[in-house]
Ligand binder design. Structure first.
Ligand code: UD1
Length: 362
């Protein structure tokens, strides 16, 4: 009797663990599934805590490739993934989102003629040199199955005439949130520890290269933090921490009266902090949506967003415009989440079905 088809999922960075979590059970049930972790994110609070909290089984293979310049990191991943795929000989490879891990996984597989599925396909910021935009475009154009979370993403792929099959799958991040909502709401341990009152503080996160790798922009972000009229919780991403030190902004930040800094938080604490906040300010793609889903308005600290649907649902693009941000902070923005299911079916089910169908047709 023929066994289950071999499917390899490749993850490496924080947002990918979140997208994998609601899907991994489905993948293990249907396929002979192997999980490769590239090691792009490697700190306990950037990786292990997500596996533990989201009950993702340990990666079967960890490549330990984190840090370094984009080209060097991607190159090392490409070579090492190729070697592993050659040993595993899978029928299908699944990649997630828009990181260097995503593009390296997709390229390695497609060059070995292994079909690729891209989760969260079709997202576009139309900012050509944004690292994530490069990763997305390349990945979408070599993938065989393109799983789009939104109708807008579907339209982008149709306009670009990608060769793969474009599928509206809905949003796995929402699927996970939907199941964890009660736990997220009930969790107040961080608020207690930091003596924050629900509805009376702001959660802010910053890690995009455009904001933190440019000294002028990061200094402007610190000026924003100095001007915050409410207690402001700021979990600091490793990239941001490095740059704050490099640009000698660290001590200025520590003196900002209303700012509480901490290390990056796990899934549960981040989302509980977002859920109970008066407002979330972020340059993260995922947190924009997650905050709205939890009923918290969002200011996106960028000039553009891939998640354009959120702009009608309580998200505002504000860049680092301090006056505008302070004005909006006082206003009463309302948050409404976008629907995440398509035709009443869960994204994880749709993705599992489509991969099965694709493999049967081959
Ligand atoms: C990456 C993704 C971005 C995603 C983000 C989520 C790319 C191009 N970018 O950005 O799309 O939104 O992850 O967090 O892939 N570092 C640590 N410890 C860690 C992880 C990183 O110290 O656990 C350091 C790295 O060594 C590096 C810096 O932080 O110096 C940035 O890490 P990197 O993986 O290059 O990109 P991110 O900024 O995390």
């Amino acid at each position: 009797m023929k066994g289950k088809p071999k499917v390899v999922s490749i993850v490496g960075a924080r947002p990918q663990f979140i997208k994998l979590a609601p899907l991994v059970g489905e993948l293990r049930r249907r396929f002979d599934h192997t999980l490769i972790h590239t090691g792009q994110h490697y700190d306990e609070n950037m990786s292990d805590v997500f596996f533990r909290q989201l009950r993702i089984p340990r990666a079967d293979i960890n490549l330990h490739i984190g840090g370094g310049a984009h080209g060097a990191m991607t190159g090392r991943m490409l070579a090492t993934i190729e070697k592993n795929l050659s040993d595993l000989d899978p029928a299908f490879v699944l990649v997630f989102g828009d990181t260097n891990t995503t593009m390296a996984g997709a390229l390695a597989a497609t060059k070995m003629a292994i079909p690729v599925g891209h989760i969260e396909a079709g997202m576009r910021s139309f900012v050509k040199y944004m690292p994530e935009e490069i990763n997305r475009r390349v990945t979408d154009h070599v993938s065989d199955l393109l799983f789009c979370p939104t109708a807008v993403a579907m339209n982008h792929l149709k306009a670009e005439n990608v060769p793969g099959r474009v599928i509206r799958s809905g949003d796995l991040m929402y699927e996970l949130l939907h199941h964890s909502r009660a736990t997220i709401k009930a969790n107040r341990r961080l608020l207690k520890r930091l003596k924050l009152t629900a509805g009376e503080y702001v959660l802010i996160t910053l890690h995009r290269a455009a904001n933190v790798d440019c000294e002028e922009n990061l200094s402007q972000a610190v000026s924003l933090l100095e001007a915050m009229p409410l207690p402001t919780l700021f979990p600091i991403h490793p990239r941001t921490r490095k740059r704050l030190r490099q640009f000698k902004l660290w001590s200025r930040l520590q003196k900002a009266a209303n700012v509480i800094t901490c290390d990056p938080l796990g899934y549960l604490d981040t989302l509980s902090a977002a859920c109970h906040a008066h407002m979330v300010m972020t340059d993260s793609g995922g947190l924009q949506k997650e905050a709205l889903f939890l009923g918290t308005p969002v200011l996106t600290l960028r000039e553009e967003t891939e998640w354009v649907e959120t702009l009608r649902r309580g998200n505002r693009l504000v860049g680092l415009d301090i006056d505008r941000i302070l004005r909006l902070l006082r206003s009463r923005l309302k948050a409404r989440p976008a629907p995440y299911r398509v035709g009443g079916r869960k994204p994880s089910q749709i993705i599992g079905n489509e991969i099965t169908r694709f493999l049967k047709e081959r």
